[in-house]
Structures are given as C-alpha cells and as structure tokens.
Design a protein around this ligand. Structure first.
Ligand SMILES: Cc1cc2nc3c(=O)[nH]c(=O)nc-3n(C[C@H](O)[C@H](O)[C@H](O)COP(=O)(O)OP(=O)(O)OC[C@H]3O[C@@H](n4cnc5c(N)ncnc54)[C@H](O)[C@@H]3O)c2cc1C
Length: 354
C-alpha cells in the first residue's frame, strides 16, 4: 500500500493515522499548527480539544457509550488517551484536554510509520488522501473542496464554551451533587425563580457575535444549540434543558431548586470547570456580565469565600482567552465561522453583516 496523506492532525486525523500505521501502512500527516493557527486552537498539539472536554456518555446503555466500547476494542488511540486523561464527570467520559492532547501527540510522533509534517496543505495532494481538517479547515483547502463539491455541500459547526476557575466558585452558594444521587462530580449553582427569569432575560438581550436576526437560519445544529438561542425559544426552555434541576435537591433538603447551572471539571488538577451545556456566541464582555449573574459565580461571591475574583468565562478562541472581545470581528468572512455558535452553514454562503 502506498503512503497515505492525511490532512489535519485533530482527533479524526490522529486516529486515522494511528489505525493505518497499526496496519503497516505509512502515513504522512499534515498539521498546519503552530505555523498557521486556527482561531480556536491555542497549541501546537495534535488532537487539541477546543470546546467541551466531554466526549459524551460512557456506559453501554447509550449509543455513544456503545460506540466507545467498539472503538476501544478496535484499539482506538483517541479512546486510550481519553481513558488515561480522564477527569471525574459522572457517567460521561471527560478528559483533561492538556494531558489528552499531549498523550496523542507523543504517541503519533513516536510512531515509526507516521511522518508528521507541520505545514498547511493548500491543495489536495496526489495519491490516497484523507481530509480530516475539521470545521476550521484553512481557507485555501476549503476553497478547493468547495470548487469540487459545490458550496451547498460544505457546512461548518462552531461554538465557544465558557470555563471558570475553581477558586472563584463560591461554594457557600454552589453545592456538589450528581443527578439522582450519582457521585458528586458536578458543582451545581442553584437559581430561584426570580434569578432564573432575570438571567434568561439578560441572556436573550445580550450582544452576540452573530446578529440576532441571523439565528432565523433553519440550519442550527439542534443537538448543541447556543444557550442564548435556547433561552430565546421560551422562558422555560433552559430549565427543561441544560438548567434542569431534577434529581439535584439542595443539600440537606429534598427540595429541588427552580433551575440549576452545572459545572463540570475541565482539567485533572480541578482548577477549571466548564458550564455544562453553555456553548455560546455572546461577546466576551457580555459573557462575563451575564454569566456572573449565576449564583456562585457572581463577582461579589469571591469576597464571601475569600478567594480570588477570577470568575471569568474563558473561551476557546485565542482572542477571547486573552481577554479581548471574542466577538469583535476583524474579518467579515471568517469571524462568523470562527466565533459563531454551533450551526451549519454552507461555506459559500454570505456572512451576516458585521
Ligand atoms: C470552536 C469549536 C467548538 C467545538 N465544540 C465542540 C464540542 O463541544 N463538542 C464536540 O463534540 N465537538 C465540538 N466541536 C467540533 C470539533 O471540532 C470536533 O468535535 C472535533 O474537534 C473534530 O475533530 P476533527 O479532527 O474533525 O477536527 P479538528 O480537531 O478541528 O482537527 C482538524 C485539524 O486540521 C488542521 N488543519 C486545518 N486545515 C488544515 C490544512 N489545510 N492543512 C493542514 N492542517 C489543517 C487544524 O489545525 C486542526 O488541527 C467544536 C468545533 C469548534 C471549531
């Protein structure tokens, strides 16, 4: 078998390279980072996870869990590294993203049959090729694929997941508990009715990267909607969705709060927590303003616990992580794709007005 070229050293490209090499097939794996970064990735590591650190359910009672079991039995590199970098997340498989990416990178780079080339592929090479360039594929290659396939057949998905530092969570207001008495891997921030309604109102009105009218598009990926889009569908949508309180009574009571925001550990040290189901397209400053309304994450809460005042939703995009407004778009063509939300949109479609 001739050498196979793989474009993109993300989760898919790394797994594909590993599987081919495991069958004795030489691989040339092109990864453009760190020379050319995507707006969401921040490191030079292969298989960098840019949003949620959860790979989904891990029991055999769900399709996602059964799929994982099958992947493990097939010697999946991604699953092996995920198991080795696992962090507590109840029945889900969540990972420390830094450890996970480091493990994948180390194993791919030490495989004798895989040559990692740190270059951007601007065109499809000759011979057998696997395109695994992900949703943030570099524009030149995307243009070539668009020309081959037609823009109507290319879509992208995008999201930003807020993360907070653990020392800024006010544990006098939040509490640890798993749903229906599962292990207490999650931190829960309870909201009463008044706070919930104020939060939903602020969320819906907050400024977004994408203009409000852009969301009329029928192409939302319903499996992972931005939290503000869900909130806009009705005042109760969130408390029957990611903010549902069922099975999470407040400590010492059998009373469930009106709504709850769950926080899931994001790194092995337990210094970072992400807001479960809170992928968002709010502008950076707006994220900070609105998400700080959540009890336990308020700016003032730090003084209650004597911890730092660093409750700060951090986003996966470099601009946001560095504290700039992740929603300020300098390029009208790329910014909706890069800092938008989970949505599918043809690559060739006109971007919304900035
Ligand atoms: C901002 C954002 C948030 C997301 N959030 C989630 C989430 O919460 N849950 C979820 O399941 N999925 C999420 N996704 C989808 C996520 O991308 C996939 O789950 C997963 O990363 C897909 O793996 P992949 O290997 O296809 O792509 P990626 O992991 O993106 O890997 C593609 C790689 O190709 C490289 N590359 C791109 N173009 C070229 C080129 N021309 N030449 C060389 N290298 C190139 C990139 O640098 C990158 O390393 C998110 C995506 C984005 C962009």
């Amino acid at each position: 078998m001739p050498e196979v070229t793989i474009i993109g050293g993300g989760l898919a490209g790394s797994e594909a390279a590993w599987q081919l090499a495991g069958r004795g097939i030489p691989v040339r794996l092109y990864e453009m980072r760190p020379h050319t970064m995507t707006p969401a990735h921040r490191t030079d590591r292969l298989a960098e996870i840019v949003c949620s650190n959860s790979l989904g359910a891990d029991g055999t009672s769900s399709p996602a869990g059964i799929l994982k079991r099958e992947l493990r039995s097939l010697g999946s590199l991604i699953l092996r590294c995920a198991d080795e970098s696992r962090v507590p997340a109840g029945k889900a498989l969540a990972v420390d993203r830094e450890v996970f990416a480091a493990l994948v990178t180390e194993r791919i780079e030490s495989s004798p049959l895989i040559t990692v080339v740190r270059e951007e592929c601007t065109t499809l090479p000759q011979g057998p090729v696997i395109v695994a360039a992900g949703p943030l594929m570099a524009p030149a290659l995307a243009e070539e694929l668009k020309a081959m396939a037609g823009s109507a057949y290319l879509s992208f998905f995008d999201a930003i997941a807020p993360v907070v530092t653990s020392d800024s969570i006010d544990m006098t207001r939040a509490y640890r508990k798993g749903r229906w008495g599962q292990e207490g891997d999650y931190i829960n921030c309870p909201l009463d009715r008044e706070r919930y309604e104020a939060f939903v109102t602020a969320l819906v009105a907050a400024e977004r990267v994408l203009p409000h009218d852009f969301e009329d598009s029928p192409s939302w990926f319903e499996g992972c909607l931005p939290v503000e889009v869900m909130a806009g569908r009705g005042k109760d949508t969130l408390r029957f969705g990611p903010m549902r309180p069922v099975g999470l009574p407040e400590p010492g009571t059998d009373r469930e709060p009106y709504a709850v925001v769950q926080l899931r550990q994001d790194n092995r040290e337990g210094t970072l927590y992400n807001l479960v189901g809170f992928q968002t397209s709010l502008r950076w400053g707006e994220q900070e303003r609105v998400f700080r309304m959540i009890p336990g994450l308020e700016p003032g809460s730090a003084s209650c616990t004597g911890t730092s005042t660093s409750t700060r939703p951090q986003c996966s995009t470099p601009a946001s992580a560095s504290g700039t407004d992740g929603g300020t778009s300098s390029s009208p063509v790329r910014s909706p794709a890069l800092r938008g939300t989970w949505r599918a949109r043809p690559w060739g479609a006109s971007p919304p007005p900035a």
